[in-house]
Design a protein around this ligand. Sequence first.
Ligand SMILES: [Zn+2]
Length: 204
Amino acid sequence: MKTLVIAALIMGTVNAEKLRITVYDKARASHQVSEAIVFNLRRIFRNSGIEIEWVAGVPDAPEATLMIYEPFRTGHELELACHARRDIALDIVPGAVPGVKKQVLGMAQPLTRTGLNVRLFDEHIREAAARENRTYASVLSHAIAHEIGHVLLRSNTHAGRGLMSDVWTGREYDWMAKEALYFTDGESRKMRVMLSGAACSSFE
Ligand SMILES: [Zn+2]
């Protein structure tokens, strides 16, 4: 019995999908905050069967300043989804962002093939954290998870509640505090399929 349990645990680790996240932190979080963010993200994605690799991006890398919009095209969904990058390159931008409402914590480019596919708005996250009485690291890590969710689900659509809901209400911030704000089983499964490339064999 004991052997079986150990075998199951090892299998679980072997079967987890891997996700590389390259981070260009232009808001320059402290070492302590960065550690808290990585810790939270590992917990959130491990719950979805995904192991993350967190890489500090080199500031002068070409992709650090490149964000390309790849539009959705009806009838080509799978092709676009399969050609889009399967890892994450994100930046965290400081200061006020012209034209972006302060309720917007971040954005994603789920279909982009090159350049950044996730962006977080540092000032908006700080304001939300202060308003909702949560730590900056906690709000930022959940916002990163939400935007990565868009990329791995290859969609900008939202759920009615939970991590992938459009606007987090008191309920989501409450779950966040209890470390109970996760992807649903359905979302987790879809993300793992996308990471595995299982649906993309005809495009490789
Ligand atoms: Zn969203």
